[in-house]
Structures are given as structure tokens and as C-alpha cells.
Design a binder for this molecule. Structure first.
Ligand SMILES: Cc1ncc(COP(=O)(O)O)c(C=O)c1O
Length: 384
């Protein structure tokens, strides 16, 4: 296939999952986090792969992601880790989606909604131990609400969780301590919550003895972790394009908007059909490089919305159609790009645009190409 695309290697995804599954005690469940289109890797392909591998839970950010997985046929329990607003409670009930809650009023309304269908809906209570994002700030309030929720006919409190800020060991310890203190109080009340969970990828690697009943893994399954893992991770995504045009410019000629690059010698320039709207961070302009036939080609001039230019003067032969690596597991790596563009890897992965086709590779299987825009146009067509 020619043109801008990402390749998704499902074998690498399975490998990372299986390695983590071996590392984590068998009684600890794994929630695979697939929010933001599975960190850009394709929500459905990734979730299906995890489902076939026997994952215990799937974690998403919002109800829309959860519902689309159910409609696509995913049967594994799904936890919405973010806020779900009242207007979507009927969807949660209908599609049997577990919600994160941290407000009694919300749970009351959810119970009412669930009662219409006479279907018990599962919730995980979120406790804020210091991240200061979502969750009960007060342990006493949480317990008071929990005692009331326990009496609700159509709500099952299946889980309780918090999220680590991962600033340093001391701050993590303080978060674990607060969580443990809350658990002790809940036990004193005689209440049992089956799935208690704290750790994400880094937490799981850093604190292997504090995994509770479940871990929530995202980055590590896609092949990345900022802590040393006991096995080598396999990056799942490769970002590629092909040369659109090759031209030679003379000393004094500028490239792209504002001429931030001006040639000081005769320069061979390759234009690539990919830009910041596809997910190449604009602040790689003038600092990053791509790889063509094993050779580095520096990015020159400002990266445009849909195109960018690279200096291929050092390459003997470059032709229209040649394959270009924007990132893969060799060079440049996603880690290098994240550093150069002053962001993290998750941001780069999750911002690969929907106009970029996903090429699904799975061992000997024939590659499959997912084009979201085709799906969108079919939906529009069907709604006419
Ligand atoms: C609540 C929660 N748990 C788990 C994760 C997974 O994190 P990671 O990708 O670092 O494993 C996320 C992702 O940001 C999250 O928001």
C-alpha cells in the first residue's frame, strides 16, 4: 500500500499482553485500556485481540467508546473510567457497561434508570488519593455513600479504584496508604468490594506487590513503558508514508511557510504527503528526521497541515513512491519523536488522525486496511 498509513502489528500486541499476563499473578485481573481509539491503534481490532486472549476487562474513557465496542460485538466487561452524564445512563444499562461513579446523586439516578429495565448495573467507585482529577476527595463521604448504595436494588458496587500521579515513590506511597486506610474502614463496615484496583502500566511495573485485584494497562500493551520492564516490549504501531515529489533547490531558496529553512547549497528536497493534521507534531519542524531506505532525511521548513519536506541531498537515489518511515521500532522511534516534540508517546499515538488508514498485520494473514473515512461516508449514505 502507498500513501500515509500506520501499520498495526497485532502479533506484537498479543506478545506484550501475554508477557504481562505471565508477569502478573493469575488471580490479578487485567483491564486493557483502549480509550482514544486504543491509543490510535484501532479500538475494535485491539479490543477483539484482547478479548480473544481472554482479557478480564476493557477500560475506556467515555460511554461513546463503550457503546461502539458493544455494537461491534465485544462481550467482555467494559469499564468507563471517566464521568458519564445522566442522559447516557440508559445506554449504560442497555449495553451492560460498568460506570465509574463518585457522586451519590448520580448513582441514585442510575439506579432509577436501571430499575426501568430491571437490570442490575455495575459501578466502580473512584477515590481521589491525590491526583486531583476524578473521585471522592473524602473517604468518610465515600463510605457514607457506599453504605447507602449497598441498599440500591439495581446497583452492584463491583469495584473501587484510584489513580497514581507517579511523581515519586513518596507520593505514590501516600496514595497507596490512603487507599489502604479506606479499604480497612470498608472492611470494618462488613462491606466487600470484589475488584479493587490502582496500577496502570508504570504502577504495575514499579509496584509488582501492590496490584490488588486488577491492573489497568494501556501503554505497556502498545509497546511502551517509562520504567524498565523484565522483558523487551514490542512497539505495535509503525507510521509510514511515501515520497510525493522530489525537487532540487538552489542556494538562497526557502522551503515552506515563512522560509524558516533557506538552502545554503544545492539541496534535494522530498515532499511527503503527511502533515500535522495526520498526527506529525508541528514542532518537529526543523528538528526531526524521517528515514528513507535506511537513511536519515532531516525535516526542513515548517510542517504543513497535510505535507512536509525533508532534505534528501545525502541520499543517492530518491524517487516518487519511495517508502518513508515517520516512526517505527528502529529509527526514528516514537520515544525519540516524543522527546524532540516535547510531549509524551501517548499523545503522539492518540493523535494519529482518522484520515490515516490503519493497516492491520497479523502474522501470515493477508493485511487488512481500515479506512475510517469510508466507514463514515457509508454511515452518511445509509442515513440518507
Ligand atoms: C484511569 C486510568 N487508568 C489506567 C490508564 C492506563 O495508563 P497507561 O497507558 O499508562 O497504562 C489510564 C490512562 O491514562 C487511566 O486514565
Amino acid at each position: 500500500m502507498k500513501g500515509t498509513r500506520v501499520e498495526i502489528n497485532l502479533e506484537a500486541l498479543s506478545y506484550n499482553y501475554k508477557q504481562m499476563r505471565q508477569l502478573i499473578p493469575s488471580e490479578v485481573k487485567i483491564a486493557a485500556v483502549v480509550k482514544a481509539n486504543a491509543y490510535g491503534h484501532d479500538l475494535f481490532e485491539v479490543s477483539k485481540t484482547f478479548e480473544l486472549l481472554g482479557v478480564d476487562y476493557i477500560g475506556v474513557a467515555n460511554i461513546g467508546e463503550a457503546v461502539s465496542l458493544r455494537i461491534a460485538g465485544i462481550r467482555v466487561p467494559i469499564l468507563v473510567m471517566g464521568k458519564t452524564f445522566e442522559e447516557d445512563y440508559d445506554l449504560a444499562v442497555k449495553y451492560e457497561i460498568t460506570l465509574t461513579v463518585f457522586d451519590l446523586d448520580d448513582v441514585r439516578k442510575l439506579n432509577l434508570n436501571a430499575s426501568f429495565d430491571e437490570k442490575v448495573t455495575k459501578v466502580h467507585l473512584k477515590f481521589d488519593t491525590g491526583f486531583n482529577r476524578l473521585g471522592y476527595k473524602s473517604a468518610d463521604q465515600l463510605i457514607e455513600d457506599l453504605e447507602e448504595i449497598e441498599s440500591y436494588e439495581f446497583i452492584e458496587v463491583e469495584g473501587l479504584f484510584t489513580h497514581l500521579a507517579l511523581k515519586d515513590v513518596d507520593s505514590d506511597d501516600s496514595q497507596f496508604d490512603q487507599f489502604n486506610a479506606l479499604l480497612a474502614k470498608i472492611r470494618e463496615k462488613g462491606i466487600t468490594i470484589p475488584i479493587k484496583h490502582i496500577c496502570d502500566s508504570i504502577g504495575t511495573i514499579a509496584y509488582p506487590n501492590r496490584l490488588y485485584d486488577m491492573v489497568r494497562l494501556g501503554a505497556v500493551l502498545y509497546g511502551y513503558c517509562s520504567r524498565k520492564t523484565p522483558f523487551d516490549l514490542m512497539p505495535v504501531m509503525r507510521f509510514k508514508t511515501n515520497v510525493a515529489q522530489v525537487k532540487t533547490i538552489l542556494p538562497g531558496e526557502g522551503v515552506s511557510y515563512d522560509y524558516t529553512f533557506v538552502a545554503d547549497k544545492v539541496t534535494k528536497v522530498a515532499t511527503l504527503p503527511v502533515g500535522y493534521a495526520d498526527g506529525v507534531p508541528r514542532n518537529l519542524s526543523g528538528v526531526g528526521h524521517v528515514v528513507i531506505a535506511g537513511n536519515k532525511a532531516p525535516i526542513i521548513g515548517l510542517i504543513c497541515m497535510d505535507q512536509m519536506m525533508v532534505d534528501v541531498s545525502d541520499l543517492d537515489e530518491v524517487a516518487v513512491g519511495d517508502e518513508v518511515i515517520l516512526f517505527d521500532d528502529q529509527s526514528p522511534t516514537l520515544t525519540e519523536l516524543a522527546k524532540l516534540s516535547k510531549t509524551n508517546r501517548n499523545e503522539l499515538l492518540s493523535r494519529i488522525a482518522i484520515r490515516v488508514p490503519r493497516v492491520i498485520l497479523n502474522g501470515d494473514e493477508k493485511p487488512r486496511v481500515i479506512r475510517y473515512l469510508d466507514r463514515l461516508s457509508k454511515t452518511v449514505e445509509a442515513s440518507k
